[in-house]
Design a protein around this ligand. Sequence first.
Ligand code: ADP
Length: 359
Amino acid sequence: MVGIDQVLTKLATVIDPDLKKDIVSMGMIKDLELNDGNLKFTLELTTPACPFNDQIEQDVRRAINELDGIKISDIKVTAKVMEGRSLDADEAMSSVKNIIGVASGKGGVGKSTVSLNLALALAQSGAKVGLLDADIYGPSIPLMLGMQKAFMEVDNNKLQPVEMNGIQVVSFGFFAEQEHQAAIYRGPIISGILKQFLVDTNWSNLDYLVVDLPPGTGDIPLTLAQTIPITGILVVTTPQDVASNVATKAIGMFNKLNVPIIGVIENMSYFICPKCSDKHYVFGEGGAKRISEKFNIPFIGEIPLNSGIMEGSDKGKPVILSHPSSPSAEAIRMSAKNVAAQCSILAAKLKEEMQGATA
Ligand code: ADP
């Protein structure tokens, strides 16, 4: 008669393709019950947005089916996002498991567009998500969400994020007195505002906080990297950007500061012909892949150049919500899954380092 130990041994043959570890030692099997050959358990994945979730579940079922006399009566599949940042060192933001900074070498590459659609895609997968528009000089998230008139309440000296489309949003744009008003502040004030937005906000149990940084390597990206532990940085490039090496400066800065790079994503990569649906790499192909190889950082994905993305942003209707089955939305969802997977990998590494430090 097969017992629980044999079931666990068999389940341990299933390897998480991202974490490269078996699912039993990763603690993904919970509440296992075996009664007269009927097996029941919970499979707890590391993120609801993992690109391999279906594959892991299939591998689990296949492994159990190989055991004689065991029948699966119930597998509950859930996800609990891992902590990709040291919460002990950062009590002020202990309700935020992962912080993803979105950076670019220069402006206009679609960093805000990517940040917003990424946040929405992660939320659609079932994660709890916040979006901090840290582009204090030119906050564009309120316009992109069609919420220019929104304002943040203050509760017990804490900012209350604005809830919109299932994400919690904070933006300096909610404070600007007039639309299109430019913020003119010096570095230390800007850094202070960012710190307040991060720490003095009532973020409610976030799996991921996406931080849309201003372009370049100025005060705000530096403040984010030095104020609080973050999971890592997602670098947005365009094909032209690759040619001018501008993205590599941002990567260089975060490398110097020992901030992990989650990966590189190329926006406006290709154009999909409306007649033949072929992809045309108008500005050259494979730039982000080359950057990822050169710096040994993950390649996250390519987003097409699409007028629907631009119109959606201008009208407060992000493409992932307005055209969810378009190739652009599909590309963003795939990239969001890859970002979530990289966060899990960084979280597993952090856990190992912390266990190593206390051993
Ligand atoms: P950044 O934050 O890097 O300055 P934005 O996200 O504000 O860039 O994007 C700049 C402009 O490019 C906006 O008008 C936006 O709608 C447009 N845009 C961004 N990504 C795409 C895309 N993939 N296809 C078409 N237009 C895009």
